[in-house]
Design a protein around this ligand. Structure first.
Ligand SMILES: N[C@@H](CCC(=O)N[C@@H](CS)C(=O)NCC(=O)O)C(=O)O
Length: 204
């Protein structure tokens, strides 16, 4: 199996962390594939018309995307019932926490494109203000309401931890830890996991 994409992308990192957590780390060939929002990457587009990272290429040459489907695929291949549990109450809590963590990354990546990539003069201040408010609302919810589900290894806790690390990497000025001690404690503990250490981002 191949996973395409740079680990700076939180969505790519979530899939590679999952691969390590389910015991498939050594079965994955990780190929760093750069993407730019205004350019077509032919290699990726051959596997996914959306052309975003991550994309997983199966051993049979099929493209699997996006990150949520890749994570489910990896758990399925490994026979892992922890990442996405079967029991219905737990399952939909985990999937909702995953959507929250991924929504946090969606907003953070979009904010990064707006402020770091979009040409100056084309930026939309009201949208940036709304996006930061959305990020803070997600952080408050994670801090106050998700302790139980964050307390175990699953697709939701992976999405949350990786998204918080992305905020550290790209939006350090946001100070997401301020006033959120439970979330900070979660992130401190989760970051020590082997899967997170192996995929840690290098300062550029
Ligand atoms: N919903 C997708 C989001 C993936 C995504 O936004 N990837 C970004 C990198 S973080 C990307 O490929 N951007 C390139 C582009 O927008 O063309 C997933 O979960 O995989």
């Amino acid at each position: 199996m191949k996973i395409y994409g740079d680990l700076i992308s939180p969505f790519v990192r979530m899939t590679v962390v999952t691969a390590h957590e389910v015991g498939l780390g050594s079965k994955i060939e990780h190929i760093v594939e750069p993407v730019k929002p205004t350019e077509v990457n032919a290699r990726l587009s051959a596997l996914s018309p959306i052309g975003k990272i991550p994309v997983l290429e199966t051993d049979h040459g099929h493209g699997i995307f996006d990150s949520r489907v890749i994570i489910e695929y990896l758990a399925h291949v490994a026979g892992n019932a922890e990442v996405i549990p079967d029991e219905p109450v737990r399952r939909f809590k985990v999937l909702t926490l995953q959507a929250l963590g991924q929504g946090l990354s969606d907003s953070a990546v979009a904010y990064r494109y707006e402020t770091g990539v979009r040409p100056k003069g084309l930026q939309w201040q009201d949208w940036m203000t709304r996006t930061v408010a959305r990020i803070n609302a997600a952080l408050d919810d994670l801090d106050r309401n998700w302790g139980d589900t964050l307390g175990s290894l699953n697709a939701g806790s992976i999405a949350a931890a990786v998204s918080l690390s992305y905020l550290d990497f790209r939006l350090g000025d946001l100070g997401w830890r301020n006033g959120r001690p439970a979330l900070q404690a979660f992130h401190d503990a989760f970051s020590k996991r082997d899967s997170m250490v192996k995929t840690a981002l290098q300062a550029k």
